[in-house]
Design a protein around this ligand. Structure first.
Ligand SMILES: *Cc1c(COP(=O)(O)O)cnc(C)c1O
Length: 402
């Protein structure tokens, strides 16, 4: 595999994000293929035993085993790193594998972590259940309140872990203020950026240390495969994350990496159009539902902060009905175009009732504390014509007397 002449970091790193999304990380085989090659191989052969020994010793550049390296996966890692403005990136089999690795690789028994209270259900399971099981103490705070992170921290606090905008309440965390406060205290910030993607928000530009992704969502973008990624400085990726992932094996398959590479080519186009469509749908819903949590709307209390950190507010938001689960399920059941589905970031419009799906594993009192009511519905606005989406929502709202 060789990169085209001049396609080294000193040149590729100067490209703008839309160019990175199409070209970043591309390496070509001897055949000069235009589209990235898919290397479905678990292992690699050596010309002689001495080469094998040299490669294992790190004295010879090359691949040894696909748990550790794969040419297709490496193209994706380089492309995501370039998009993120990060020194390094490692991909994982899923977003949750990425979150787990990003935390466990740097935490030990006796350490303390402060997490954002509103979070993806499985991320809350990590902070509430998994980490304490291994002697890592955790507290959760309202991530909209920077001071709450500071107040919850102790001498043994090692990591602050949060997402923004957060799933599904759309709480916005102040990246600049939180990351500066963490750095002052020698605490590592780990930001779950799945709802924004690097096309809308690059947490490292605001001081984040580690950015973790479910690439299943906007990066892949068309609902086909699962993938995850962790970005950070070279020392973190090579010396902290890599020993953990090489030996525990949450490796992304080459096929899934290839699908995500193809997804990234259209990331910028999709995310911008889906954000525009979402704003149109949110403006329609604002007049029809009791409460709406859409940071893209000027009426949202954190609109100004969201727009300081994000290019646009993204395709996802939530809203709340007063009639609880019955009315929320009634609305979903009346939909004729939009699918009932718990996925997000897809080019199709999808709606879900978090309390009975994505967050059903979170105890009821914790759901209430997180702000997830029984009447809350989350929507991912896709690439369909927004007028068709609005018409579908209009008839479904009328079906539940709204
Ligand atoms: C989906 C999601 C995850 C988990 O990603 P998977 O690819 O489904 O494992 C983590 N965090 C957020 C914010 C998500 O939306």
């Amino acid at each position: 595999m060789k990169r085209k002449t001049g396609q080294d970091r000193s040149i590729t790193a100067t490209w703008r994000p839309a160019t990175q999304a199409v070209r970043g990380g591309t390496a070509r085989s001897e055949y000069g293929e235009t589209s990235e090659a898919l290397f479905l191989t678990s292992g690699y052969a050596y010309d002689c035993a001495g080469d094998a020994a040299a490669r294992f010793a790190g004295d010879q550049v090359g691949m040894t085993y696909s748990r550790l390296q794969n040419p297709t996966v490496e193209m994706l890692e380089e492309r995501i790193a370039l998009l993120e403005g990060a020194e390094g990136c490692r991909t994982m089999a899923t977003g949750m594998a990425a979150m787990t690795a990003a935390l466990l690789c740097q935490l030990s028994a006796g350490d303390h972590l402060v997490g954002g209270r509103a979070a993806f259900g499985s991320c809350r399971w990590l902070t509430d259940t998994l980490l304490p099981k291994f002697g890592i103490e955790t507290d959760v705070v309202d991530a909209r309140d920077t001071q709450a992170f500071i107040d919850a921290s102790r001498p043994n606090t090692k990591v602050w872990f949060f997402e923004t905008p957060a799933n599904p309440t759309m709480d916005v965390a102040d990246l600049t203020a939180i990351c500066a406060a963490a750095r002052e205290r020698g605490i590592v910030t780990v930001v779950d950026n799945a709802f924004a993607s690097p096309a809308l928000q690059r947490p490292m530009d605001f001081g984040a240390d580690v950015v973790a992704y479910s690439a299943t969502k906007l990066m892949e973008g068309q609902g086909r495969v699962l993938a995850g990624a962790v970005c950070g400085r070279k020392a973190f990726i090579d010396d902290v994350l890599l020993p953990f992932t090489r030996n525990t094996g949450p490796t992304l398959s080459a096929f899934n990496a290839w699908v995500v590479l193809k997804g990234l080519e259209t990331l910028d186009l999709r995310v911008m159009r889906q954000s525009e469509n979402a704003l149109k749908v949110a403006s329609f819903l604002e007049a029809r539902v009791p409460r709406i949590n859409a940071p893209g709307l000027p009426s949202h209390p954190q609109h100004a902060l969201a727009m300081r950190q994000m290019k646009m507010a993204g395709p996802i938001f939530s809203f709340e009905l007063d009639g609880g689960r019955a009315q929320a399920h009634g609305l979903l059941d009346a939909l004729q175009l939009i699918d009932i589905s718990n996925n997000i970031g897809d080019s199709r419009s999808l709606m879900t009732h978090p309390a009975s799906t994505t967050h059903s594993g979170v105890a009821e009192e914790k759901r209430i504390e997180m702000g997830i009511s029984e009447g809350m519905i989350r929507i991912n606005v896709g690439l369909e014509d927004p007028e068709d989406l609005i018409a579908d929502l209009d008839q479904a709202l009328r079906a539940v007397a709204l």
